[in-house]
Design a protein around this ligand. Structure first.
Ligand SMILES: *Cc1c(COP(=O)(O)O)cnc(C)c1O
Length: 233
């Protein structure tokens, strides 16, 4: 087995174990392999393992990598999206995890109508209220959620979080719980079956699953350390 195949099997095992530990079905948890900075040939190694769901955070990488790989793959966009890049990325991805303002939500909705698409989106929330970080402040999403639901082309499937950088697991867990509780609150309030919780990365995906994640975004635990590619990040 190649190194990537081994790492991938081990991540899948850990996802399944974390699901079982919390009485959940591993089928309900999407494993998004974050292939940012890795070339198409590295992605191809994981495709050979039977994986078909990938995440990217740069429009430029999406535009070059997606057409170079089999059309049956599914791509999720997980990075901050600028208004003027929406038209480029929308036809290439099925889901956007990083809708971080009402302005970009409206822009995606408008372009989707123009292109005849119905993209799925997560709303990214800055639960910790970190300064200078992307994501809806909690009060803003509460205030703007109803008007976001009016947008006709985008389907809001849940909330997404990038937790603050910390080595203290209890602080990360607190943000996962905060995102889940906010999801439950917005679901109750709107009467919508808002299910999705996109949270958990290489360092904390098991904890995220324990706290209800429905999508985990795992890069370096599958592909290895990105440091060698740092200049491209
Ligand atoms: C890079 C990235 C990930 C994956 O990070 P790893 O620590 O390598 O698993 C997940 N989510 C987002 C938004 C990212 O940019």
């Amino acid at each position: 087995m190649s190194n990537i195949a081994q790492l991938y099997e081990s991540v899948k095992d850990r996802v399944a174990a974390a699901a079982q530990k919390s009485g959940r079905d591993a089928q309900d948890i999407e494993l998004i392999a974050v292939s940012k900075t890795w070339p198409a040939q590295t992605v191809a190694e994981l495709i050979e393992c039977g994986h078909d769901l990938f995440g990217e955070n740069r429009v430029q990488e999406v535009v070059t990598k997606v057409p170079a790989l089999p059309a049956r793959l599914r791509w999720h966009f997980i990075g901050h999206l600028q208004q003027n890049k929406v038209r480029k990325v929308l036809p290439l991805v099925e889901t956007i995890h990083s809708v971080d303002s009402s302005e970009i939500a409206r822009r995606i909705d408008f372009i989707a109508a123009d292109l005849g698409l119905f993209p799925k989106v997560y709303l990214q929330v800055n639960t910790a209220g970190e300064a200078g970080k992307f994501g809806f402040p909690v009060d803003t999403i509460r205030a703007e959620f109803d008007s976001l639901l009016q947008l006709e082309r985008i389907e809001i499937i849940g909330l997404m979080l990038i937790p603050p950088l910390t080595t203290e697991p209890s602080l990360t867990r607190r943000e996962f719980v905060a995102l889940r509780e906010l999801r439950d609150e917005l679901a109750d309030h709107s009467g919508l079956p808002l299910q999705g919780l996109s949270m958990g990365m290489s360092n904390d995906y098991e904890m995220a699953i324990e706290e209800g994640a429905t999508a985990v975004r795992v890069g370096s635990s599958i592909f290895g350390d990105r440091k060698a590619w740092k200049s491209k990040e």
